[in-house]
Design a protein. Sequence first.
Length: 70
Amino acid sequence: MNASELRDKTPDQLREELANLKKESFNLRFQQATNQLENTARMRAVKRDAALVKTILNEKAAAAAAEQGA
């Protein structure tokens, strides 16, 4: 997942993507706790993707606020 793909999405799509990433993160943590996790690097990737989605959502919110203020 890269930033240019995410910037093309609407805020609703980004919120849905964030919810999916949070669910996946929960499942990965559960697998780790039960010693069933095979790809430990996926946990880090999911956390980074979630942070990227949050960052882009904040950018879009700031841009919308700037448009209304101008």
